[in-house]
Design a protein around this ligand. Structure first.
Ligand SMILES: *[C@@H]1O[C@H](CO)[C@@H](O)[C@H](O)[C@H]1NC(C)=O
Length: 367
């Protein structure tokens, strides 16, 4: 027993010494160089450090496992505090594409190629074979084509950030299999089709950002099962139907942006009475009926924007008992009657209430 563990220890030490002396494995080094050769970074000389036999030593953005000498992280950010950017006085810019050569580094846990503005081409489908991947962050490039259909194979993934690209096609159904995913950002692409019905299977999610796409259909009711979800942004899509009442029952949801869609029906009272809701934007939809009179001393809104809808009736009296309303916008509706009096209204300007049918009272003209 003792000699067995001694042998294991000795082997580990030998392996470590061996890999430290040898540097990164030649196949990982070759993959990195192939990855680099498909990219063109004209201003910073970022890849000048990618030289020499040991890719684990001082290669910008590359990290390795010290014992195995295998590459674990490729972290290339076009906007960062790194002195290399300060010296050049500009943010990152790269053209070229993401070479599938990177997929042979099967020990990768982090792949960040972010904010380079002009890296084009598709997301190499073979990335979904990187089964150790925890962070995939390709924000701020010009990537096109579809999100790989089998992205759900990346079962360790905690961060998937593909925002600010030119991706098309649907959100793959397999995405709902990513049961470690905490942060999903697909904002500002050209994604179409519906949000998968079982989106709520992503129970670890705390942020789901899908804004500025061309998504259609309804908000899946299953979303309300994601009990860690704090931030849901579905704004600027083509979503329709009514908003599930259950969304307002979510205990940690504090930011909900549904603005600039085609939602209609009544505003669920649960959204307005939820004490955790801090930012609620329902602007530029077709919400109808009256504003539920369900505010109270638990209400604490940094921003409450209900502008550009078809709301009628009065400004709810209970709003005057809210603890705090930082920014209120009820403009461009069909509200009528006198604006309640109270401390939450003291700092508000006329623009919060303008373009309604017949509102009156401070800060508008007296009734
Ligand atoms: C709400 O959304 C609208 C439309 O997308 C936007 O113009 C407005 O600034 C947002 N309101 C707040 C408070 O952020």
């Amino acid at each position: 027993m003792a000699s067995h563990s001694f042998l294991l220890l000795a082997t580990a030490i030998l392996a470590a010494a061996f890999s430290a002396a040898r540097g990164c494995t030649p196949s990982d080094r070759a993959a990195l160089l192939a990855f680099r050769s498909a990219l063109n970074e004209p201003y910073l000389g970022l890849f000048n450090s990618w030289t020499g036999a040991n890719c684990c030593l001082n290669w910008h953005g590359v990290s390795c496992d010290a014992t195995t000498g295998r590459v674990t992280d490729v972290d290339l950010r076009g906007e960062s505090e790194d002195p290399i950017f300060e010296k050049s006085g500009r943010s990152g810019y790269m053209t070229g594409k993401l070479s599938p050569a990177i997929c042979s580094i099967d020990t990768l846990t982090t792949l960040v190629v972010a904010d380079w503005k002009a890296i084009a081409g598709d997301i190499p489908p073979c990335l979904t074979a990187l089964s150790s991947l925890r962070i995939l962050d390709l924000i701020g490039n010009k990537l096109s084509g579809e999100i790989p259909a089998d992205v759900g194979k990346l079962s360790r993934l905690t961060v998937l950030n593909l925002a600010d690209n030119a991706l098309t096609g649907k959100i793959p159904a397999s995405i709902t299999k990513l049961n470690s995913l905490k942060h999903l950002d697909l904002s500002n692409n050209q994604l179409s089709g519906e949000i998968p019905q079982n989106f709520g299977d992503l129970t670890m999610l705390s942020r789901a950002l899908l804004s500025r796409n061309q998504l259609t259909g309804l908000i899946p009711v299953s979303v309300s099962k994601i009990y860690r979800l704090a931030d849901l942004d579905l704004s600027a899509n083509r979503l329709s139907g009514s908003v599930p009442f259950e969304l307002g029952r979510m205990s940690v949801l504090s930011t909900l942006n549904l603005d600039s869609n085609n939602f209609k029906g009544l505003i669920p009272s649960s959204l307005l009475s939820n004490p955790g809701m801090g930012i609620l934007n329902l602007s530029r939809n077709g919400f109808e009926g009256t504003i539920p009179d369900v505010f109270g001393s638990h209400s604490y809104f940094m921003a409450l924007d209900l502008s550009y809808n078809n709301l009628k009736g009065r400004v709810p009296g209970s709003l005057s008992s809210a603890k705090f309303i930082g920014h209120l916008d009820l403009s461009h509706n069909h509200l009528c009657g006198s604006i309640p009096v109270g401390s939450p209204f003291d700092h508000l300007e006329a623009s919060s209430f303008s373009y309604n049918d017949c509102l009156c009272g401070n800060p508008l003209k007296t009734c």
